[in-house]
Design a protein around this ligand. Structure first.
Ligand code: SF4
Ligand code: SF4
Ligand code: FES
Length: 912
């Protein structure tokens, strides 16, 4: 700690910080541009100038850049000094000499860091009277708009895109003051994290194109604290709505999870909420067609079905909330509830929860990953299954430069010095997967192998680290050598993360990863585990504990049940079409969903469920963090005919009608409390967010900024009489601008913060006002509660997995089917978003290039693939690095469900 003096006042700060960060963390305002808490200081914009004095007797002082000066003990500075203020005012004038001043038509207006800083510095008069430099803009693809004339040349974009996120195709070009930030030529930005540019750029150069389609100002949106549904990582998001449409998703700061950044699937994949083909009223099938009915009719019909059924089974969903899954379980009975995973996938997810619950090694948060100095990725293509983990792993590699700088007493915010010192150095990451990945460039070593061989490598590494773990018989010399190299490197690290998951479709791979982590733990090393699972609430549904879809199917096939209730689940994504068709032909089908899936289209009764934007609920991430998402808006306010309710609300209602009893759950808290009471493993989920009773100075928390405009006119097309705002009985949030807002940011629990705003801070930089230190943790603690921690009584010598698989042997003419995933297209809901469509790869299958050559199959050739009796024709991709003997089936629209782990034959398709 250090004592610094700012404008005559004494403050205690972290002496390792620079003065800018230290002052911002104290709540003092200093304007800045090029500095960013995640990117460090480069001192290029000169906006953060303050006056620094030698000591208290120095009355002259000198201008310094606060982002480049250490917050050393005994520092004396002035922010308010007249010369410093005038300097800052001049700087912004220079920076804006070429700026078009087009705020009224700029999409950044109203949440613009440049606007905020202009007001903060007091720059009000424009003296520059000459022709401004102008640029041509580029088409950067479906996600990002480009308006280069607004650039102030702070260089944040390239520092973020290239240095932090590892992108290659955005750069700075030009000479002298004519600098251009963009691509070498028009084209789609390649980084999976390009969307963060919209928040990193302090002006309106990079904007969210999905929002441009239906644009409105930030202050005119209604927000809710929410959780991304795009994968199992559970990034915190701030979705914004206007006129009953979701208009944009921005990052919501969580110091333990995503902190400043999202991936592009999470940011741009929300369009499924607005799709017009969604069920927005309950429906019943009459004469082969789904027609709308009232809520009461739907509940009555469903209740009658339940009462007259010979047997009812319920299939839950890893993309639905805990409360909704529990409501289904309650409706059909625990014995008749199935958790919504396909058998093989469900078994893998259960193994993941077991490893995390019973083993001695904790799950890593994203922040936890970033603090490691070595990583071993076994079997998981995280860029495509848990993208934000890939970005965190990049920070592991970059950490070596920071460490090298620290050894030379260079602080961690000196971005240029660190980049120079560590230019050619990375912390070690080993990546062992079935095919090439988008983060291979980070790797000290990459390995391509079939799942069984990946598992054998993992087992071998673990055995070298701790010989008490299972040995691998008949290991080839090259793998043994490699295992030794990996083991020695991991043992030499201060903190290691082991990354694996369900992506390889192999329990052996998960077990091997667990063995490596446990072996390191047994050797006294600090280690954490990242185990990616398929969907946003896969872990939550596994904790509820039930059998898989296949068991539900068997009950219907055996005639034990004749009625099936499906919760937010498209069965055609979980089982072969022929089997699903046969099962549905034998059962009366009730579906509760917010999407018109192939399953929903066959329902006899369809309940119109709320998506995450119209519903409240709790999810458990792969970190074991229970997090609450809240309803963003009430759709019936804008379209009175709409009848959308949370799935748990519908299902609980059906139960009440069937039993002839009043509903027991009056609000979300009742549902959450009952889940917690009945499910010991979920006992703490109520702590994920404050209850509906929570108030600050007697007020609910406003979902709308206090400048929200047009409220009285929003429904004028329906009636000039403004109705009462919708009332939210479920939460402590109000559908209103009235209530507690961001003015007293610190009072508000992070789990209930819908958007960030503070006086003078309208841009995403205002999140700095919600944290204990800038870039640190949310005031009052980060949102969510970890409900999975290593068992307190876990034995020192762990119960190592010991089923070492035999080595994979390719069979002539047959290929082992493995799944492959893509960040755009493999997740069910985001794949339905319009802006995603041009980023989703075309349906295909992939073979190792040499295997394809041996079959005489050219890249792009149409091939016939036969797997378990199912034949499909798809174009072939030759992959140079896919392990030989494997056939990769992508999880993409247009590719039918196939069982992975089976055998496939491939031949040229007739007519190709
Ligand atoms: S485009 Fe934005 S982030 Fe990049 S240099 Fe210009 S103002 Fe800064
Ligand atoms: S990493 Fe996953 S949870 Fe995070 S933003 Fe991307 S899709 Fe959403
Ligand atoms: S923020 Fe300090 S020089 Fe740019």
């Amino acid at each position: 700690m250090a004592i610094i003096h700012v404008d005559g006042k004494e403050h205690t700060v972290d002496g390792a910080d620079n003065l800018l960060k230290a002052c911002l963390s104290l709540g003092l305002d200093i304007p800045y541009f090029c500095w960013h808490p995640a990117l460090g200081s480069v001192g290029s914009c000169r906006q953060c100038a303050v006056k620094q004095y030698r000591d208290q007797n120095d009355t002259v002082g000198r201008i310094v850049m606060s982002c480049m000066a250490p917050a050393s003990d005994g520092t004396w500075i002035s922010i308010d000094d007249a010369e410093a203020k005038s300097f800052r005012e001049s700087v912004i004038e220079w920076l804006m000499s070429n700026h078009p001043h087009d705020c009224p038509v700029c999409e950044e207006g109203g949440h613009c860091h440049l606007q905020d800083m202009t007001v903060m510095t007091g720059h009000a008069e424009r003296k520059y009277r000459f022709t401004k430099r102008t640029h041509n803009n580029q088409d950067l693809g479906p996600f990002i708009g480009h308006e280069m004339n607004r650039c102030i040349a702070c260089y944040r974009c390239v520092r973020y895109y290239k240095d932090y996120a590892g992108g290659k195709d955005l750069g700075v070009y030009g000479s002298a003051s004519r600098v251009y930030f963009g691509r070498a030529e028009d084209g789609v930005l390649e980084s999976e994290f390009s969307g963060n540019l919209t928040e990193v750029c302090p002006t309106g150069v990079f904007t969210d194109k999905t929002h441009s389609e239906r644009y409105n100002r930030k202050w005119d949106m209604q927000f809710a604290p929410s959780i991304c549904q795009g994968c199992s990582v559970g990034c915190n998001i701030s979705p914004g709505e206007r006129y009953g449409e979701l208009r944009r998703i921005e990052n919501r700061y969580n110091g333990t999870v995503n902190h400043h950044f999202l991936c592009d699937r999470g940011r741009f994949g929300y369009g499924f909420v607005n799709n017009t083909d969604r069920p927005r009223q309950p429906m019943i099938k009459r004469d082969g067609k789904l027609v709308t009915i009232s809520a009461d009719e739907a509940l009555l019909n469903a209740a009658n079905l339940m009462k007259t059924a010979k047997g009812v089974v319920g299939i839950g969903s890893p993309r639905a909330s805990l409360e909704s899954n529990f409501a289904l379980r309650q409706l059909v009975g625990a014995a008749n509830y199935f958790d919504g995973h396909a058998a093989a996938e469900g078994a893998l997810v259960k193994r993941v929860t077991e490893v995390l619950r019973t083993g001695p090694v904790p799950a890593a948060s994203l922040r936890g990953i970033e603090s490691a100095d070595a990583a071993f990725v076994l079997g998981e293509d995280v860029m495509n299954t848990a993208p934000r983990v890939a970005m965190a792993l990049r920070q592991v590699a970059r950490g070596r430069a920071t460490q090298m700088a620290a050894e030379k007493h260079i602080p961690d915010w000196q971005a240029i010095a660190i980049a120079d010192i560590g230019m050619h150095h990375k912390h070690p990451i080993f990546i062992a997967t079935t095919d090439a990945t988008r983060i291979d460039e980070l790797a000290k070593e990459t390995v391509r192998a079939a799942p069984a061989d990946l598992a054998r490598l993992g087992y071998a590494v673990a055995n070298i680290i701790d010989p008490a773990s299972s040995a691998v018989a008949d290991l080839d010399a090259a793998t043994a050598e490699r295992a030794k190299r990996i083991a020695e490197t991991l043992l030499a690290a201060t903190k290691t993360v082991i990354v694996s998951g369900t992506g390889a479709g192999s329990e052996s791979v998960i077990n091997a990863a667990a063995n490596v982590a446990w072996a390191l733990h047994a050797r006294g090393k600090t280690v954490e585990l990242v185990l990616a699972v398929p969907e946003a609430n896969s872990i939550g549904t596994a904790l509820i504990g039930a059998s898989s879809i296949d068991e539900a199917f068997k009950a219907i096939e055996a005639g034990k049940a004749d009625t099936l209730v499906v919760l937010e689940n498209d069965l055609y994504r979980r089982a072969p079409k022929a089997r699903v068709d046969a099962v549905l032909a034998k059962a009366k089908l009730v579906v509760v969903d917010h999407q018109m899936t192939d399953t929903a289209a066959q329902a006899e009764l369809l309940f119109s469920a709320g998506s995450f934007a119209e519903a409240d609920g709790t999810l458990v991430s792969n970190e074991g963090r229970a997090q609450r998402y809240f309803q963003v808006y009430e759709p019936s306010y804008y379209k009175p005919e709409t009848v959308i309710r949370e799935s748990w609300n519908w299902l609980h209602g059906v139960r009440a009608v069937a039993l002839g009893q009043p509903t027991v759950w009056a609000q979300l808290d009742d549902a959450t409390a009952e889940v917690a009471a009945v499910m010991p493993m979920l006992a703490r989920i109520a702590e994920a967010a404050p209850s509906a009773k929570f108030r600050i100075t007697g007020m609910k928390i406003a979902r709308e900024p206090h400048r929200y405009s047009g409220r009285t006119a929003m429904r004028a097309n329906l009636s000039v009489h403004e109705p009462r705002q919708p009332q939210d009985a479920d939460t402590a949030l109000a559908f209103s601008m009235e209530g507690h807002n961001g003015v007293q940011a610190g009072d508000r629990p992070a789990a209930l913060t819908p958007f960030a705003w503070a006086p003078g801070w309208n841009s995403p930089q205002s999140w700095n006002k919600y944290t204990d230190t800038v870039g640190g943790h949310s005031l009052g603690g980060d949102a969510g509660v970890r409900i999975i921690e290593p068992a307190a009584n876990a034995p020192k010598v762990p119960a190592y997995a010991n089923h070492v698989p035999t080595a994979f042997k390719a069979t002539t003419g047959e290929f082992l089917v493995v799944a492959s995933q893509h960040i755009f297209g493999s997740e069910e809901l985001s794949a339905k978003a319009a802006p995603m469509q041009s980023r989703i790869p075309a349906a295909h299958v992939a073979l190792n290039a040499a295997d394809a050559e041996a079959l005489g199959l050219a890249d792009g050739a149409l091939v016939a693939v036969t797997i378990d009796g199912l034949s499909v024709k798809l174009p072939l991709q030759r992959h140079a690095e896919l392990a030989s003997g494997l056939l990769a089936m992508p999880l993409l629209p247009g590719v039918p469900f196939t069982l992975t782990g089976g055998k496939a034959t491939v031949s040229g398709a007739a007519g190709a």
